[in-house]
Design a protein around this ligand. Structure first.
Ligand code: FAD
Length: 307
């Protein structure tokens, strides 16, 4: 029996539920392989649709069976050790990019930010340099309104293509999307593609800005260890990393989860960390920061799945 009390779905059930889906389907898929933290239990069914139409089919058929669908780009999530019940969608196979008139790029949701930035550099299009080194998908970066001190996703988004909970495609202009710190206030659904308004720039200048920023990240972030980027949001007018450092927690450890000694707002997986270790470390850091500075740190990391 599944923990909900409902009998666990059989392969035959899944074959019926996902009938006609053309993308890759993996049952009991380890989400460690889909997260930059390399942590997390399995997904009941991990689906990688081949195009937007295929994604619509997955969403509509999941809804008909009341099965939850979670999308994973994988670079700002912590999947609990029990994994995710239902369908997990990865947009890895949605990776078209095209240039449209007026210095606009359209990117499928599964395109990685590094790929997109490389594409913009080759066409001497400026506007995404701030995102150099962010490993997420372009869709995840819209949802999170990803950003750095140089800029944010909202600065370039022209419109977003979504698949709504009924499996229909809806295009939403940026003017209808309120963005805030690390959040786009989108209707429910899945971001399937994004139009980005860029501007013509000098190729060498764009490339230099990107290279300099990548070097800055290399110098200041623990990029050789699996992580999920920043764990906590920066409180207004302050830095979460500074507060964690001030609380004396650089290098603090629970199991194989460690507060990076290079950047105190990163937690790294030293090898065999479990989600339970990361969550215990988060509790420890929050308590120490609260005690030391009175600030309650809010999570930027999305914690999902079952314990
Ligand atoms: C080394 C490193 C450096 C990083 N640096 C930065 C940085 O400088 N700035 C920054 O902002 N972030 C940074 N990040 C975090 C991360 O890359 C961003 O938050 C990114 O936007 C997450 O994208 P993702 O595709 O991995 O989404 P995920 O982390 O998988 O998902 C984040 C949330 O968005 C939802 N989501 C994802 N895709 C979709 C979709 N298609 N439709 C609907 N919902 C979706 C998920 O369900 C989840 O709730 C860093 C991460 C790492 C590992």
């Amino acid at each position: 029996m599944a923990r909900t009390g409902r009998p666990a779905r059989t392969k035959q059930d899944w074959a019926r539920i996902l009938e006609g889906v053309r993308g890759t389907i993996t049952y009991q898929a380890s989400l460690q392989d889909y997260t930059s933290f390399r942590i997390g239990g399995p997904a009941d069914a991990l689906v990688e649709p081949v195009d937007v139409e295929d994604l619509c089919r997955v969403v509509a058929q999941a809804r008909a069976e009341r099965i939850p669908v979670f999308v994973v780009g994988g670079t700002n999530v912590l999947v609990r050790d029990g994994g995710i019940r239902g369908i997990v969608v990865s947009l890895r196979q949605l990776k078209t990019i095209r240039q449209e008139p007026g210095h606009v790029l359209y990117a499928d949701g599964g395109v990685g930010m590094p790929t997109l930035i490389g594409y913009a550099i080759r066409r001497s299009l400026s506007g995404l340099e701030w995102g150099a080194g962010i490993p997420g998908t372009v869709a995840g970066c819209v949802v999170m309104n990803a950003g750095t001190r140089l800029g944010e996703m909202k600065d370039s988004v022209k419109a977003v293509r979504m698949v709504d909970p009924r499996g229909r495609v809806v295009d939403i202009p940026a003017a209808d999307i309120p963005f805030s710190y690390r959040k786009a206030h989108l209707p429910r659904g899945i971001v399937a593609g994004v139009w980005l308004q860029l501007r013509p720039g000098a190729h060498d200048q764009i490339e230099r800005t990107v290279k300099d920023y990548l070097q800055y990240r290399k110098d200041t972030q623990p990029l050789t260890w699996p992580s999920a980027g920043c764990v906590f949001k920066n409180p207004p007018q302050d830095s979460a990393g500074r507060l964690v450092d001030a609380a004396g927690l650089k290098g603090a450890r629970v199991g194989d989860a460690q507060v990076s000694d290079k950047h105190a707002n990163f937690m790294v997986n030293l090898g065999q960390a479990r989600a339970a270790d990361v969550l215990a470390l988060i509790r420890k850091v929050r308590a120490a920061v609260k005690k030391q500075s009175g600030v309650t740190l809010e999570l930027e990391l999305k914690v999902v799945g079952q314990a």
